[in-house]
Design a protein around this ligand. Structure first.
Ligand code: FES
Length: 103
C-alpha cells in the first residue's frame, strides 16, 4: 500500500512556482499549477537543470538552463511524441495545508 509523506505546506508554494524537496534521497520538484500540485523529478535529463526553478506556463515547466519544456502532469517533453523524453512524476496528495508525496 502506498505511503504518503509530508514534504511541504501549501502556503510555501504560490501558484505558478515550485519548490525542491528531498524524499528518500530523491530530489523532487513540487509545483503549484493554478492551485493544484504536481511533482516531477528535480533534475532535467538534459544537463541537470533545476526544474523547480523553471518558468511555469500553464501545466508546462520550462527548464531554466536551456528551455526544454515538460508537462508536469504527465512528465512528457513538450513537442515530442508521448513517452519520448518523459521525466519521472510522483503522486501528490494535499491534506489541509500539507502537501504529501507517495514514497
Ligand atoms: S539542463 Fe534542462 S534544458 Fe538543458
Amino acid at each position: 500500500m502506498a505511503q504518503f509523506q509530508k514534504v511541504a505546506s501549501v502556503s510555501e508554494i504560490p501558484a505558478g512556482t515550485g519548490k525542491k524537496v528531498e524524499v528518500g534521497g530523491k530530489k523532487i520538484a513540487v509545483i503549484n499549477v493554478g492551485g493544484s500540485f504536481a511533482a516531477i523529478q528535480e533534475c532535467c535529463p538534459h544537463r541537470g537543470g533545476p526544474l523547480s526553478e523553471g518558468l511555469m506556463q500553464g501545466c508546462h515547466v520550462v527548464c531554466p538552463w536551456h528551455a526544454w519544456t515538460y508537462d508536469v502532469t504527465t512528465g512528457d517533453r513538450v513537442g515530442f511524441p508521448p513517452g519520448m523524453g518523459r521525466i519521472r512524476t510522483y503522486s501528490v496528495r494535499v491534506e489541509g495545508d500539507d502537501i504529501c508525496l507517495e514514497c
